[in-house]
Design a protein around this ligand. Structure first.
Ligand code: PMP
Length: 352
């Protein structure tokens, strides 16, 4: 770090993403990517963009917003887009928080929320979860600022039903309620129908998990036209070309065959249930998940030991360090073959 960086930023701990090893081949179950590659029409669409790369991408993302609006039954002016949903979250922080306007989220949730809060010098209000890691909507009463609920939550995988989110919205009429639905396609029910009732509801989604495009970086927001106009103002004031041509092409190709990607999600859910059952049979605690990962604890061992044992076997999972989650690891759901390798290595480790 140089001596020129501003003191507040010097103190920020940057988000530490899951490893993307370049040196050797691992079974990657650490960053919730899809085990299924995009279809060939996406590959063709991306390749067809290469000859046009001298030209900027469409700063309004007109075709992409139109396709997303059709897919979700809303108007194009209810959609904004980001370079990954992380960027959409960043825009929401810029728009709806400041030194006097805190951000409120469950103490166990996606690690990026606290990083963004620190980056912008925004006070954080981290609400404890219950002993079983579930969220009590009543805890969100009388909390000024922007509330963020990852639903299903990460890294627990737990889903709140629409009634619980409605309760949070009813308790919080004066600020934004951002519902991060990164994992909603793996068995959850979206709060999209609530948009017509609550103009402070902002839904954030991503193409990184259910649509096999983590490397293309595409996230989007759905909200009231007024809220979306806020995000678009920030997007166009930061980088109006934030979505590159190849990503737009890939996303349109994926949306044209969305039924296949939704079927992939069902396959992943089946694998998830099978793996959860096998882990329970060997004595592990498995939190009920509505995502493409499992948050699990091995009997009598801590998460770090499990993480390290898997790494030695060439399998990457995620360990979140000290605190309430230190007994747990998070395992992304890969292909059936990959999960069989993980189960075998785990059985050997627990038995050994
Ligand atoms: N929200 C949650 C809850 C996540 O787990 C992730 C993935 N790390 C993201 C948002 C960001 O995903 P992306 O930027 O790839 O869209």
């Amino acid at each position: 770090m140089s001596r020129y960086i501003r003191p507040r930023l010097a103190e920020v701990n940057a988000y530490i993403p899951g490893e993307q090893p370049q040196e050797r081949k691992y079974i990657k179950l650490n960053t919730n990517e899809s085990p299924y590659a995009p279809l060939s029409n996406a590959e063709e669409a991306v390749l067809a963009e290469v000859s046009k790369l001298r030209l900027y991408s469409d700063p309004s993302c007109t075709l992409l917003k139109k396709a997303l609006a059709e897919r979700y039954g809303v108007k194009p002016e209810q959609i904004s887009v980001g370079n990954g949903s992380d960027e959409v979250l960043n825009f929401a922080f810029m728009a709806y928080t400041d030194k006097e306007t805190p951000v409120v989220y469950p103490e166990i949730s996606y690690g990026f929320y606290s990083v963004l809060a620190d980056l912008y010098g925004v006070p954080r209000c981290e609400i404890p979860v219950r002993d079983d890691m579930t969220i009590d909507p009543e805890d969100y009463a009388d909390k000024p600022g922007m509330i963020i609920i990852a639903n299903p939550n990460a890294p627990t995988g737990l889903l709140l039903d629409t009634g619980a989110i409605r309760r949070i919205l009813d308790l919080h009429r004066e600020g934004i309620v951002l519902v991060d639905e990164a994992y909603i396609d793996f068995g959850g029910i979206s709060v999209l129908p609530l948009l017509s009732e609550y103009d402070n509801l902002l839904i954030v989604r991503t193409f990184s998990k259910s649509r096999s495009l983590a490397g293309a970086r595409l996230g989007f927001a759905i909200g009231s036209p007024e809220v979306i106009a806020d995000l678009e103002k920030i997007r166009c004031s930061t980088n109006p070309y934030n979505i590159n041509r190849m990503t737009v092409a890939a996303a349109l190709a994926v949306l044209a065959k969305d039924d296949v990607y939704m079927e992939n999600c069902r396959k992943i859910m089946n694998t998830r249930e099978r793996v959860a059952e096998s882990l329970q049979q060997i004595g592990c605690t498995v939190i009920p998940s509505m995502t493409n990962f499992l948050f699990v604890k091995a009997p009598g061992r801590d998460g770090k030991a499990w993480y390290e044992a898997m790494r030695e076997q060439g399998i990457l999972v995620r360990y979140f360090g000290a605190g309430k989650t230190s007994d747990y690891i998070r395992v992304s759901i890969g292909s059936d073959e990959e999960m069989d390798c993980f189960l075998k290595a785990t059985e050997e480790w627990i038995g050994g």
